[in-house]
Design a protein around this ligand. Structure first.
Ligand code: ATP
Ligand code: MG
Length: 403
């Protein structure tokens, strides 16, 4: 493509090889212009050309089914391996330890384990071991008898009892105190526990799934976590990989969250390719939870817009913009007029350019959409959508408009 649009009698900036697929851009200023004006002229032409090259084609991660397993979205090799493990333990009643960083989906995995087990119709009870002090956690887990402590006005069943017959998910188990670790070990070994203030033991049939984001094997080495309890919990251990180790799942997760938000609000939105590329490049220290929050955020910020672009992303997620380098100064110099850019809004100008480029390329390729899409650096499907959207079916140069 050539980008000029300068005044007929003034200096002209020619951008060569502003290819839709990227590549090197070269700018040449013809005519008489002083150095500053020539630089400005060249920079504007380059910026327009780069904007065209980078101009996002709205990408629809909702197109096609989203790969998942028991409600866990994923299709990367790391997640497929996890799904394979989940499949293998479907019929087992073994204690499972789920490891992984914050927000990777450990609770989702625990729920999937329950949902696929013979206990699926029974209770799934979850507690966070780091959310209580020792006394409260003990009462929470094992229950208490009336009068066991100030405020214990009635008998209260513990969560182990509530979960009887079902699955008990103990989150942040690595944060449990040594005293409670002993009591938990007893439940795991014998299936019995004693309510706070009680004198008789209770027996329950509970499958335990525990999770932690701590380096629990290291904690065992330093004595911060009981080795015997670790081995009891660790009968089967699953690691949920951080999102940065399975970036190919990002579009799937984005599609999943957009679909969920769309179902909630009864509308549909798409992300530009540029926004999706920024999401794919981000490190995601908060993993899937951070991505989920980001999607919720852009969904809200986009208001009535149906296309979500990169500028709506959080500053930490947005990629630094590519700099447009200045061209070498021209030899001849004189006063240059301002560049004759199209009037009106940017979306209108972009649309006009897109329409023109597609029409030209379709004519050049005698309506062959595959070749046209290749030349424009977009997918054939995307091209067809645009051709239909712009009503360019007749602009093929041979009437039938197909390959
Ligand atoms: N693979 C996935 N597919 C769909 N949603 C997911 C996936 N992984 C995580 N999520 C969603 O991300 C959020 C965080 O997941 P979850 O609570 O299971 O993570 P976690 O590892 O338990 O986090 P934390 O360590 O903070 O407790 C949840 O809303 C969950 O539904
Ligand atoms: Mg959790």
């Amino acid at each position: 493509m050539e980008s000029d649009g300068n005044r007929a009698d003034g200096p002209r900036a020619r951008v060569e090889r502003a290819l839709s697929g990227g590549g090197t851009l070269a700018v040449e200023v013809e005519g008489r212009a002083d150095r500053d004006d020539a630089e400005r002229l060249a920079q504007r032409a380059l910026a327009a050309a780069v904007a065209e090259v980078e101009r996002p084609a709205p990408k629809d991660p909702l197109a096609g089914p989203i790969e998942s397993y028991a409600g866990i979205v994923g299709g990367s090799p790391a997640m497929k391996q996890l799904f394979h493990m989940l499949d293998r333990i479907k019929n087992s009643d073994a204690t499972v330890l789920v490891l992984g960083e914050n927000g990777t989906g450990k609770e989702l995995v625990a729920k999937a384990i329950h949902a696929q087990s013979r206990r699926a119709k029974e209770a799934f009870v979850a507690t966070n071991c780091s959310a209580f002090n020792d006394n409260l956690l003990e009462s929470e887990l094992f229950g208490h008898r009336r009068g066991a402590f100030t405020g214990a006005v009635a008998d209260k069943p513990g969560l182990f009892q509530v979960a009887d017959g079902g699955t008990f998910f103990m989150d942040e188990v690595g944060d449990m105190s040594p005293a409670l670790q002993v009591k938990l070990l007893r439940v795991l070994q014998e299936g019995v526990f004693m309510p706070v203030g009680g004198t008789d033991t209770k027996k329950v049939d509970v499958r335990i799934v525990a999770a932690t984001n701590r380096e629990i094997a290291e904690m065992v080495k330093t004595g911060a976590f009981r080795e015997d309890l670790y081995y009891r919990l660790h009968v089967v251990s699953l690691r949920v990989p951080p999102l940065r180790e399975r970036r190919e799942d990002i579009p799937r997760l984005v599609g999943h969250f957009l679909a969920r938000l769309g179902a909630r609000d009864g509308r549909r939105k798409v992300l530009t390719a540029r926004a999706l590329a920024a999401l794919e490049a981000h490190e995601w220290p908060g993993n899937v939870r951070e991505l989920e929050n980001e999607m919720e955020r852009v969904w809200v910020l986009s208001g009535d817009e149906t296309v979500i672009d990169e500028d709506l992303l959080s500053p930490s997620v947005r990629r630094p913009r590519r700099a447009v380098s200045a061209p070498p100064p021209p030899a001849a110099a004189s006063v240059a007029p301002a560049l004759d850019l199209p009037a009106g809004s940017l979306p209108d100008a972009v649309e006009a350019l897109e329409r023109q480029m597609i029409t030209n390329e379709l004519r050049k390729n005698k309506g062959n959409k595959t070749r046209t899409a290749d030349a424009l650096g977009i997918s054939r499907r995307n091209l067809i959508r645009k051709v239909q959207g712009y009503g360019l079916e007749d602009a093929t140069g041979r009437g039938d408009g197909d390959d």
